[in-house]
Design a protein around this ligand. Structure first.
Ligand code: SF4
Length: 147
């Protein structure tokens, strides 16, 4: 199973903000520190703001800050929200592909669904604060925006 780039980026943004304390980096600060394009970061930041996981203030003294909801957000719930509810394989086809001929009675489909649920179940109990603990924290703090 491979995560969408936006899912990984959302987690990176939250991880970065989880260690910044009272300093509030801008979206550009986060994008350069994480070495990802500004436009992708801005899109993800807007989505996280909409979900209530961070605040974004413009102007002098502004910047991004994690909300309490963001700090305690379940990693599994966040990944589900960004990945959507779809199956890992598109058995029913799309507007450009035909349905799989095995879909009416496939022995693999159920196993893949259970594997997908096990994947999320592993992430569900983790919160953002958990994934910045240990050596990850100093690593995140050492990431400064590139000139
Ligand atoms: S083989 Fe089974 S799991 Fe794979 S696409 Fe076909 S119906 Fe879906």
């Amino acid at each position: 199973m491979r995560l969408l780039r936006s899912t990984d980026l959302a987690l990176r943004v939250l991880m970065r903000l989880a260690v910044t304390g009272d300093s509030h980096p801008t979206t550009r600060d986060v994008s350069t520190a994480m070495d990802v394009p500004y436009t992708h970061t801005a899109k993800v930041v807007a989505e996280l703001q909409h979900m209530g996981l961070l605040t974004a203030r413009r102007g002098r003294g502004g910047g991004l800050a994690l909300t309490e909801e963001g700090r305690t957000a379940s990693v599994g719930a966040l990944v589900r929200a960004f990945e959507g509810e779809g199956d890992v394989v598109d058995c029913e086809g799309t507007s450009t592909t035909a349905p799989c001929p095995l879909s009416p009675a496939c022995g693999l489909r159920g196993a893949l669904r259970r594997a997908q649920e096990a994947f999320y179940a592993t992430l569900d109990p983790l919160i953002v604060a958990d994934i910045v603990a240990g050596p990850t924290r100093p690593l995140l703090l050492g990431l400064s925006p590139k000139p």
